[in-house]
Design a binder for this molecule. Structure first.
Ligand code: 3PG
Length: 218
C-alpha cells in the first residue's frame, strides 16, 4: 500500500527535529506562537483538537505564518479529520491506532500518524498504509531502547516514529539519537503557562534550547 506520507513532508519534520504540541484556547495566540517557534528554527507545530478553537488556530497559522508546517493532533474520528483538512492541516496525529480514523485520513488525503505503543499497533498501522507513527506515551515505555527493539522488525517497511508524551529538554538528546526517530514532539516546547501569559519571548527561549539540541545532533 502506498505511503500516506510524501517524502518531502517527512523531510520537513526531520529538518525541524522537533514538533511543538500546542493547545490553544484563543486562536489569536496561534500566529504569535508559530512566529516565535519558527524564528528559532522550530518548523513544525501540532494543534491539538482538544479545544473547539484548534481548527481556527490552524487556519490562522496557514494564513499568517505560511512557512510553518502545521498539523492537527488528537484526531479521534472522521469528523476531526475532515475539520482538520478544511482548516488546512498538513498532517494529522492521534493518540491511538483507530483503523476507521486512518481510513478517513487516507480518503481525505491527510498524511496521518496514528499512536502506537506495541508491535501489534505497529502492524495495524503499517497494514493501513501509515509509515510515520506516533510512539505514545514515549516516556512511560522504557525509552528509546524499547522503541528500537520494537521497531526493528518493521524497519525494512520504512517505519519512522515521532515519540511523544512526557518528553522534555533533558530527554530530547537520547530520543533524537534513536535511529528510527523522525522527529521528537511535545508540549514542553510551547508550555501552556507561557501561552496563557502570552509570554512569547519566554516561549521562544524555551524552544531555542530545543533547537540548539537539534542543531548539535546534525
Ligand atoms: C499529546 O498528545 O499531548 C502529546 O503526546 C504531547 O505530550 P506531552 O504533553 O507529554 O509533551
Amino acid at each position: 500500500m502506498k505511503s500516506m506520507w510524501p517524502d518531502p513532508l517527512a523531510e520537513r519534520l526531520a529538518r525541524s527535529g522537533v514538533v511543538a504540541v500546542v493547545t490553544v484556547e484563543n486562536p489569536e495566540d496561534a500566529a504569535p506562537i508559530a512566529r516565535a517557534l519558527l524564528a528559532v528554527g522550530v518548523g513544525a507545530i501540532e494543534l491539538t483538537f482538544r479545544t473547539a478553537r484548534a481548527a481556527e488556530a490552524i487556519r490562522r497559522i496557514r494564513a499568517e505564518v505560511p512557512e510553518m508546517l502545521v498539523g492537527a493532533g488528537t484526531l479521534l474520528n472522521r469528523a476531526h479529520v475532515e475539520t482538520a483538512i478544511e482548516a488546512g492541516a498538513g498532517f494529522g496525529v492521534a493518540p491511538g491506532c483507530n483503523p476507521a480514523t486512518i481510513a478517513a485520513a487516507r480518503e481525505c488525503g491527510l498524511p496521518f500518524a496514528p499512536g502506537v505503543m506495541t508491535p501489534t499497533d505497529m502492524e495495524i498501522a503499517l497494514e493501513h498504509g501509515c509509515r510515520v507513527l506516533k510512539y505514545f506515551p514515549a516516556s512511560n515505555l522504557a525509552g528509546p531502547s524499547a522503541l528500537e527493539t520494537m521497531a526493528a522488525p518493521f524497519a525494512h517497511l520504512g517505519a519512522r516514529f515521532i515519540p511523544l508524551g512526557g518528553i522534555n529538554l533533558a530527554s530530547l538528546p537520547q530520543w533524537l539519537a534513536s535511529p528510527s526517530v523522525l522527529c521528537v514532539g511535545g508540549s514542553w516546547l510551547a508550555p501552556r503557562e507561557a501561552i496563557q501569559r502570552q509570554d512569547w519571548a519566554g516561549l521562544q527561549r524555551n524552544a531555542q534550547q530545543a533547537a540548539e539540541v537539534v542543531r548539535a545532533r546534525k
